[in-house]
Structure formats: structure tokens, C-alpha cells
Design a protein around this ligand. Structure first.
Ligand code: NAP
Length: 669
């Protein structure tokens, strides 16, 4: 068996032991069947890394560029070349199975990773992406650990056991750092545990929506349903022994910093109680409370009067059977995009109340199961699933970032923010026109007047075709009031319903709103920030709050695309590296310098001012009452990664356990 517990090769230093490794346990027949359906550009990239030989990314093995968001399996090769590629792959992979071909001892240079991807996609990808891509592929380290285990007890409390809390917990566990993870729910998984409405699933491709260092090679669908995501996060928690550190059904009341001991007191109690019953002490507290989990209940008169069940999508009640019911849905965002098509096949009638139409993009793989061949290749061919992920990461991430940047000289500002954004607008408009060709009255209400990406761009889950169903009605008149029997609109029409569903989103600008945090001198984080106006250095840390870090904090939501998981992992790496430094150097506290924090935020504001969100014209949960974009990051992944992947100690004021601060610049906050 050529595999070690550390794939791809221990010398690469890529991952702690226990990470995903492809299995050489397969038959010739299984291999042949899968190769017949393989994605040829990805197969070539895999052979290039496995053999260390660039002949697989040179003439005559140069694929053409994909034309749409699909996988472009053929690579544009003619039959003869495709057959040659499969034949070579068969020999090499059999050799790998037999231990005759082994992964090169030396890791590929980062530039080679970028250049292989560039060949696979037939487009330029800057060499600077190499290291980031290698980390995303699980081929280069994105983890830190103390040089030696802590000599004195060191404890971390993580608040929240959703995606970011679990990623943090797993990394701390791998680094040998003791932690407790607290969550109000009875299970880990956060969003994917809480949201169970009909149709709920991920609208980011599944293969991007997994940890780089513990991917899932066998997703059932290209866009996985909620139950599978919930199972993935629970399985991770099981395999990485997170449950042994977990306090579930437990609410954090207050986290307060004790200056005398440079530690935090975290008061906790049962999730359904109003009072804390216990205090945990921590050297470091990490908030992983998420961004999209405090339901926003609209201020519509009469909501309490409705006689039937009225519920928010994020608080779904599985006992509600929509069969034969008339359902009123308020909202047309990402949650409604999934709920409305799903409920329309169960309910008797669905009325959709739309305040603003949404841009939604077709995706060739939406709704498609992952076939057996792809699952085999992901599980057994070295680097295959990693390349698949990296190509999604690029194509759905930084490749599209420029579409969101305002060109002040663009003559059609308003409908679009630049030429490429306008081209996308034309493409999406054409798509809506095609979908609603037979329904001019729906078409007139369905083309947004704001630029694409002004609100989160959605993947079409059958929205437009659902609107054309006989049992679905789109209402665009303003809602006046909710009544006992339904919803009355401003045109005086009563729309009766048995069930009222609020697909009205979340209080996203209330960052960390579910916890009270008291820093140095008892200062309250939310008072320091002002209502709905959170700011942090790198979205991670705030002056006056030593040893306190946020994951998915202010201005870290990557609104251009890609995956929340990549940004979260980068933050996890930054925090783990800081914690490892604290342990190694016996530091009592680490606190970001106020000037560094302020300079970062000034840069962020300037970058934000160039984005489609700041351009205005849309209502969006990204923006607070004062008009500032609080949730989203203006950076490309590569820019953010360059800032966070290695903490710069000069950015921080640190104190040693027994001594005065070793850098000056006391906080002014
Ligand atoms: P959302 O995008 O904020 O959409 C809320 C909807 O409710 C909007 O259409 C909004 O209209 C409408 N609304 C709010 N208050 C209203 C009122 N008083 N009267 C009428 N309409 C009202 O919320 P969401 O759909 O829950 O999505 C939030 C985020 O969650 C997404 O952007 C995404 O990041 C995440 N999410 C992800 C997935 C996934 O598949 N990965 C699925 C669901 C959610 P306006 O547009 O006019 O404000």
C-alpha cells in the first residue's frame, strides 16, 4: 500500500494525520468504468501531480475552456486524444495502486499549482494564487500548533458549534490545545442543524462547501440537501472527538475579560433558562456565533393576529404538513428560492409576496445527483477531488470579483456597475425572459432594476418555472397588514392562507448580537461598535478586547461568491497561529493595536466604496441603518488570505505572563 496516514506525502507537511486520503482499494473494472466518464482536464491535472510530470499539461493534452458553469468533462478533446488520456491514466493509476508510482517526495511549487489549474481551465491564473490554491486543495499546510505542548494549563472557549466553531475546534484539537465548545442547540451544525424548511439545501456547490482538510468525496448531489450537510458536520464532530469538549443546549450569557488574570469569565446556563448557572474560565474566547441565525421578523401590523401557524423559515416546525394547505410566503431571497419551489409541490396553493425581484442564475448541475463514476474518482484517484474543488473555488470565487467593482466611467451606471456586470445582466435577463416567455405579466415583475450582485446572486432552484405553476401566485402589491385569515395588500385584496411563512432573512448587521462581551475596563463590545456597526481588524479582533477573536465577524462575508468555508478556515488559521504563539511565548494577552485596526478599516472602507453594494440602489441585509456595509468583505480571497494567513506580531500588543507589555501603543478604545 503506497499510502501513509498523511496524504499526499508526509514531506509535504500538508495536514495533520487523519485527513482525507484517496483509497487504492479498487478493481480494474471499477477503474475502467469510472475513467470512461472522467472529467479529462481534472484527470490530467491529477496525473500531473501524481507523477510530477508536466507532459500531462502540455500539447496535445491542452483542454479548451469551459463555456458555462458546468464541468466540461470532455475538455474539448477529440475521441482519439480522450482515449489516449484514459489509457495513460489506467496505467498510472494501476501503478499507483501497486505502489510502483508514488507521489513525489517534494511538494509542487505553488506556481505549478496555479499553472496546472490555468491549463485545466484554459485561462490565465496568476502565480500568486498557487499557495492559496494548494491550501484549498489540502496540499499545503493551513494549520498551526505550539512548538511544544503548553507547560501550564491553557484553555479556549469557543462560542457556537456551527461551521466555523467546528472548524476551530478541530484545528485546536489537532494542535493539542484544550478547548470547550458551547452551543445553544442540542446538536452541532449551526445553520445546517437549525434550518429544516422544505427544500433547504446549499446553493454553493457541495464540493466547495466542505473543509479543505477533511473533504467529503461522496456527496449525493452537486448542491447537497440540508440533511446531508447536517450529517457531514456531525460526522466531522464525531471523528475529531469534538463531542468530548462540547457543552450543548447551553447558552452563553456574558463573556467578560478579567484584566488581573488576563483571562475571560464566560457565564453559561441552560439554553432555555434566563440565568447563568456556571462560569467557565478561558485564556482565549472565540466567537463562532455565525452571521445568519437571528431571524428577522418584519414589522408588519397584525402578525400576531394570524389564526394559523406563522413561522420563520429558520424556525421551521417539522410537524407542519403543507399537504392540501394554502401557504403565504413573504420574501424572495435565498431561503424563499428553495422553499417556494419545494412547497409548491406539496401545498394546494402558494402565494408569494415579493417586495424586490431577485437575480438568479441557472446552473447546469443544480438538482443533479453526483454519479457513481465521479464519486469513485473522487474517492480513489489522488488529487481528483482536490482539483475539482480548486476549479470551483476559482470559477465561483475571485474570477467573478471584478463583476462587482464600480467603473465610475461606465455609461450605463445604474442598471449595472461595469461592462462585465452589464453583460451578466443581459445574460440573466435573457434567462428570465426564456423562463417566463409565455407569461408576460410575470416577466414584467421579475426582472430586477438593480445591478447583478447588488443583492446576493442566487442559483435558480426552479424559481421562475415555479411561478408559472397553476397553484402559485406572485403578488407584488405592498403588504398592508396580516389578518386573522391571511395577508391584505395595499390594493385592498385579501389573500387567504392556512400557513404564513416568513422568508424574511436575518438580523445580519447585528454581528455577535446574541452574546454580551465585556472587554478591558468592562467596556461592552456592542456599545463600542454602536448599533449594527461592528468593525474588527481582519474581521477577527477588536482593540480593547484582548484574547478575544471572532470567526465570520464584521466584513468577512465574501459576497462575490466562492464559499464561506474558505474565509472561515483562513480566520481559524490566523487565530490558531496566535494561540500557538501565546503558548510558545508564555504570553498573557494578545490585543490588536488600535492604529492597526483603524488603518485596516480605513482601507476596507475605501475598497468597499468601489463595490456594487456601496453603489446603492438596493435594500440588502448587508447594510446597516447608517448605510454602511457591515457584513461583506470587499476583498478578493487572495487579498484577504495574504493579510490573514500569517499573523504579524507587530500588529498586536502582547504582554508576557509576568511582565509589562512588550510593545507599546496602548489601546485608545
Ligand atoms: P434575505 O436574502 O434577507 O431575504 C429576505 C426577503 O424577505 C427579501 O426578499 C426581502 O425583501 C423580504 N422582506 C423582508 N422584510 C420584508 C417585509 N417587511 N415585507 C416584505 N418583504 C420583506 O433572507 P434569506 O432568503 O433568508 O437569505 C439570507 C442569507 O442566508 C442568504 O443571502 C444566504 O447567505 C443565506 N442562505 C443561504 C442558503 C444556501 O443555500 N446556502 C439558503 C438560504 C439562505 P427585499 O429584498 O425587498 O428586502
Amino acid at each position: 500500500m503506497p499510502q501513509s496516514s498523511t496524504f499526499p506525502n508526509p514531506n509535504w507537511g500538508a495536514q495533520p494525520a487523519g485527513a482525507f486520503a484517496p483509497s487504492p482499494d479498487f478493481t480494474d473494472a471499477e477503474l475502467d468504468a469510472a475513467l470512461a466518464q472522467a472529467n479529462l482536464p481534472i484527470l490530467l491535472g491529477s496525473l500531473a501531480l501524481l507523477t510530477g510530470d508536466d507532459q500531462w499539461i502540455s500539447e496535445p493534452y491542452l483542454p479548451t475552456a469551459p463555456k458555462d458553469l458546468g464541468d466540461h468533462d470532455s475538455g474539448g478533446f477529440d475521441e482519439a486524444t480522450a482515449a489516449q488520456i484514459r489509457a495513460h491514466a489506467r496505467i498510472i493509476l494501476r501503478g499507483w495502486r501497486a505502489g510502483e508510482t508514488t507521489v513525489p517526495a517534494e511538494p509542487p511549487a505553488p506556481e505549478r499549482i496555479a499553472s496546472i489549474l490555468s491549463v485545466m481551465l484554459a485561462e490565465p491564473i496568476a502565480p500568486e494564487y498557487g499557495r492559496l490554491l494548494a491550501e484549498e486543495m489540502g496540499l499545503a499546510p493551513r494549520h498551526s500548533e505550539p512548538a511544544v505542548p503548553p507547560s501550564t494549563p491553557f484553555h479556549v472557549v469557543i462560542i457556537g458549534a456551527g461551521i466555523s466553531g467546528l472548524a476551530m475546534a478541530i484545528r485546536l484539537g489537532q494542535a493539542g490545545i484544550d478547548y470547550t465548545i458551547v452551543d445553544k442547540n442540542d446538536s452541532v451544525g449551526g445553520t445546517w442543524h437549525e434550518n429544516t424548511y422544505p427544500g433547504c439545501g446549499v446553493d454553493t456547490p457541495s464540493y466547495l462547501y466542505a473543509l479543505s482538510f477533511d473533504p467529503k468525496p461522496d456527496w449525493s448531489a452537486y448542491f447537497a440537501p440540508q440533511s446531508e450537510l447536517d450529517a457531514y458536520w456531525n460526522d466531522l464532530a464525531d471523528r475529531h472527538d469534538v463531542h468530548a469538549h462540547a457543552r450543548l443546549q447551553t447558552k452563553v450569557h456574558v463573556a467578560s475579560y478579567d484584566e488581573a488574570t488576563s483571562s475571560w469569565n464566560v457565564t453559561i446556563g441552560s439554553a432555555d433558562g434566563d440565568h447563568p448557572s456556571e462560569t467557565l474560565t478561558a485564556d482565549v474566547v472565540i466567537s463562532a456565533v455565525g452571521l445568519l441565525n437571528q431571524p428577522s421578523v418584519p414589522n408588519i401590523p397584525g402578525l400576531d393576529a394570524f389564526a394559523g401557524p406563522a413561522l420563520h423559515t429558520a424556525r421551521w416546525d417539522d410537524s407542519i404538513d403543507l399537504t392540501g394547505k394554502s401557504v403565504a410566503v413573504i420574501g424572495t431571497g435565498a431561503s424563499a428560492m428553495q422553499f417556494v419551489p419545494a412547497s409548491s409541490t406539496i401545498a394546494d396553493h402558494v402565494t408569494v409576496f415579493q417586495r424586490t425581484p431577485q437575480w438568479a442564475m441557472p446552473h447546469p448541475l443544480k438538482g443533479k445527483p453526483v454519479d457513481d463514476a465521479s464519486r469513485f474518482l473522487n474517492a480513489h484517484v489522488p488529487f481528483y477531488v482536490a482539483w475539482y474543488r480548486s476549479r470551483l473555488f476559482w470559477r465561483m470565487g475571485d474570477k467573478v470579483w471584478k463583476l462587482l467593482q464600480v467603473d465610475p466611467d461606465y455609461p450605463h451606471l445604474g442598471r449595472a456597475v461595469n461592462k462585465a456586470n452589464d453583460r451578466l445582466r443581459a445574460h440573466l435577463t435573457e434567462y428570465i425572459e426564456h423562463e417566463l416567455a409565455e407569461h408576460p405579466e410575470l416577466l414584467a415583475e421579475s426582472v430586477p432594476d438593480y445591478p447583478p450582485y447588488g443583492k446576493r446572486l442566487l442559483i435558480d432552484a426552479g424559481w421562475f418555472s415555479t411561478l408559472t405553476r397553476d397553484n402559485v401566485e406572485l403578488v407584488t402589491a405592498n403588504i398592508e397588514t396580516v389578518t386573522v385569515t391571511g395577508v391584505r395588500t395595499a390594493d385592498g385584496v385579501d389573500h387567504d392562507a392556512d400557513v404564513l411563512v416568513l422568508a424574511t432573512g436575518f438580523k445580519a448587521v447585528d454581528v455577535l448580537g446574541s452574546i454580551e462581551v465585556k472587554g478591558r475596563d468592562g467596556r461592552d463590545l456592542h456599545e463600542v461598535w454602536g448599533e449594527g456597526d461592528g468593525r474588527a481588524y481582519l474581521g477577527i479582533t477588536v482593540p480593547g478586547f484582548p484574547n478575544f477573536f471572532c470567526l465570520y465577524g464584521p466584513n468577512t462575508n465574501t459576497g462575490h461568491g466562492g464559499t464561506v468555508i474558505a474565509g472561515t478556515e483562513m480566520q481559524v488559521q490566523h487565530v490558531t497561529a496566535l494561540v500557538a504563539t501565546m503558548i510558545d511565548r508564555q504570553l498573557a494577552s494578545v490585543e490588536v493595536r488600535a492604529d492597526v485596526h483603524d488603518a485596516y478599516n480605513a482601507e476596507l472602507d475605501a475598497a468597499m466604496a468601489r463595490t456594487v453594494w456601496d453603489y446603492g440602489g438596493t435594500t440588502t441585509y448587508y447594510r446597516n441603518d447608517r448605510g454602511r456595509i457591515v457584513t461583506n468583505s470587499p476583498w478578493r480571497y487572495i487579498d484577504y488570505w495574504a493579510r490573514v494567513h500569517e499573523p504579524d506580531e507587530a500588529d498586536y500588543i502582547v504582554t508576557e505572563k509576568t511582565a509589562a507589555p512588550v510593545t507599546s501603543e496602548p489601546s485608545t478604545r
